[in-house]
Design a protein. Sequence first.
Length: 215
Amino acid sequence: NGMTGAGTLARMLTFPVLGALALANPGSVLPAWLQDYAPVIVFMSLEPAILVQESWSTGAAAPQQLWFSIAEGLMEAPVATIMALYPSLLEVAAQAEDSDNPNGSGSDDGRIPWLSLASAIFSLASVARTATNLHFYGDNTVTILQKISVGLLQKLPSAAAQLLGLVFFAYLSRGRPSRDADTVLATQETKSWPVFVAVGAAVALNLALLKSINR
């Protein structure tokens, strides 16, 4: 359908492949500083900048930008929300049991750091915005007021309920965290079969919703 091509795939895979090679470091020939930056290289891509340049020259958004928006708002942003809140909850719980409160934790007052909260809020807003735009995709008669009402009353509460539910369920199903002698966050190893049941049910529900939308 013209959405992608060999050149696009090559550009999108270049940095992830280079980052994976830097992480693997075959033959141990790479310097340590390059390995430290390998996770950053994995997530780099020039394709968004190229699409912006093409859209700027033509005056219309490139069709491929739709998929980048979906990937950012419905794949990257939910993971960012979970990764911003879940480690912070573990950190706060660990500090509640640790009377020493090691320096640099950022949450020695027993609260989630404001930066983590801000990151989670912006990620939730990105999820709601993308879901709203996808909801009205192809509808040129929609108004700004309709988008705002659907985003605030439907998409944002739904996204917040699902993501926060996953975060708190994962937090409550783990062992109580504590700190070892080297102030490295450690948790007790536990096996909780309800976690797999809940994740499986969520995946089945999402697949059912996708099928219903396709119909």
